[in-house]
Write a new protein. Structure first.
Lengths: 240, 89
């Protein structure tokens, strides 16, 4: 039994391996990019817009609202990263309705890559907001004793992100494979429908958690700005 | 029992116990969180979107422990390093 699509290898030379995961990932990326290019080539502002533009507008508005609800005031800065994560995972998980398709998110290498990009993006947005010293100070808050725990939580939450997505998608495929050998008629289809739901929920959770982590890194800087503006106001009041 | 049988028995029994306990406890935790979320939505329907979002994130956190147990038992059954070691010997 194959645990992941990594084990289906098309071409190998030295340490370069082209397997099913890479092929499917590139196909999904191609579909997403070409579809977005085709749709955004002729955007209209009137009342009558094309169906595809309507779908994209709904997606972007919905994601912006979700990001804003979590506490990031300017979602336009972050939707490029978070929205791409969400769309990629959703497309990868929804495509299991096609026969012979194996989701690339069911391979640990893909999910680790996605989690590592979140791991890099959190300090990137944090430093962009509050500077290097401001971001590094967030590790010793509330006290210096918390420094090792903050560092450990950075690593473990990245690991948890990767294993959660991988485990959910892999277990969905595994259950269908096991049921096919026991009760091949109806139950695999029911589990496949459940897998569609799980895939959507996992994509939502992955992007929500990435947003929460970024918001936690950015909020430290915001607090500092607020205190600075309050003290400035107080000074102005004192000086008359 | 020789070593091969011992490793096989230990792996299979541990995989079963891991999935068993790892399904029971997160299921209880998820049931508790869903029931309290439902009762708070019934009390405050206006806060439903916030409660639902927090519930989903929390459920994912709880469920990931079950997923860890599942991954460990899958490793024990399909990709057991000890088994591979003793077979290769």
């Amino acid at each position: 039994m194959k645990l992941s699509p990594d084990e289906t290898i098309f071409w190998q030379h030295g340490f370069i391996t082209i397997n099913l995961t890479i092929a499917t990932t590139w196909a999904i990326m191609l579909v997403l990019v070409v579809a977005s290019l085709l749709i955004t080539r002729k955007l209209k502002t009137g009342i009558h817009i094309s169906r595809a533009q309507c779908i994209l507008e709904m997606l972007v508005t919905g994601m912006n609202n979700q990001i804003k609800d979590i506490g990031l005031d300017k979602p336009e800065q972050y939707i490029g990263f978070i929205g791409t994560l969400f769309l990629f995972i959703v497309t990868a998980n929804i495509c299991i309705i096609f026969p012979w398709y194996e989701p690339p998110t069911g391979s640990l290498s893909t999910t680790v890559a996605l989690a590592v990009s979140v791991f890099i993006a959190v300090p990137f947005f944090g430093i962009e907001k509050s500077g290097i010293t401001g971001y590094l100070k967030s590790y010793i808050k509330p006290t210096v004793i918390m420094l090792p725990f903050n560092l450990i939580s950075e690593i473990t939450r990245t690991l948890a992100l990767a294993v959660r997505l991988f485990g959910n998608i892999m277990s969905g495929g595994m259950i269908v494979a096991i049921l096919l050998s026991i009760t091949p008629f109806i139950f695999p289809i029911v589990m496949k429908v459940l897998g569609l739901l799980t895939g959507m929920v996992q994509a939502y959770i992955f992007s929500i958690l990435a947003t929460v982590y970024i918001a936690a890194a950015v909020r430290e800087g915001k607090k500092k700005d607020k205190i600075k503006s309050i003290t400035n106001n107080l000074k102005e009041v004192k000086n008359g | 029992m020789d070593n091969v049988t011992l490793i096989a028995v230990a792996s299979i029994v541990t995989a079963g116990i891991t999935t068993g306990i790892g399904c029971m406890m997160p299921a209880m935790g998820e049931g508790k969180s869903v029931s309290s979320a439902l009762s708070s939505i019934a009390q405050q329907p206006d806060a439903a979107p916030t409660i639902t979002r927090t519930l989903f994130v929390g459920l994912a956190m709880i469920e990931s422990t079950a997923i860890y147990c599942f991954v460990v038992s899958m490793i024990l059954i399909f990709a057991n390093p000890f088994w591979n070691h003793i077979i290769a010997k």
